[in-house]
Design a protein around this ligand. Structure first.
Ligand SMILES: O=C(O)C(=O)C[C@]1(C(=O)O)C=C[C@@H](O)C=C1
Length: 126
């Protein structure tokens, strides 16, 4: 059975109890997703302040040694907690890439740091 066929089965019409349990679990996921996104926004806001400091002192946005430290710590966490190392590396590659994009924009004078994560649409236009 393909993934797209699944909606034709009873699996999508759960019992009342199952539906209630699923709704509870999804509410838990919704809370966690909010926390994750708040954490990502907070991380990028700090990167905005890092960018201002780098701009003031003429430091490079790209700091390969520090990137390695951040990746290494995430890998250690993954191994200690049974997460996929590949997944965590990909996640941190995305996070650091976005940090660099945001920092570049600030260092090159494109955007003040206090606009980072301050509510523009997440459609790639900011
Ligand atoms: O620590 C820094 O200098 C940052 O700019 C933060 C950060 C990161 O996302 O953790 C981003 C880019 C750097 O090259 C290294 C690390």
């Amino acid at each position: 059975m393909s993934v797209t066929d699944r909606h034709h089965t009873a699996a999508d019409a759960p019992s009342t109890q199952a539906a209630a349990d699923l709704a509870d679990l999804r509410a838990e996921l919704d809370d966690i997703d909010r926390t994750l996104l708040d954490g990502i926004r907070a991380r990028l806001e700090v990167c905005g302040r890092v960018a201002e400091l780098k701009q003031r002192h003429g430091l490079d946005v790209l700091q390969p040694g520090r990137m390695e430290v951040v990746h290494r710590r995430a890998q250690d966490y993954a191994h200690r907690h049974g997460l996929s190392g590949d997944f965590v590396r990909s996640l941190y590659t995305l996070l650091i890439d976005e940090a660099c994009r945001v920092e570049d924009r600030i260092v090159s004078g494109g955007a003040p740091a206090d606009r980072v994560g301050s509510g523009r649409r997440g459609d790639g236009t900011n």
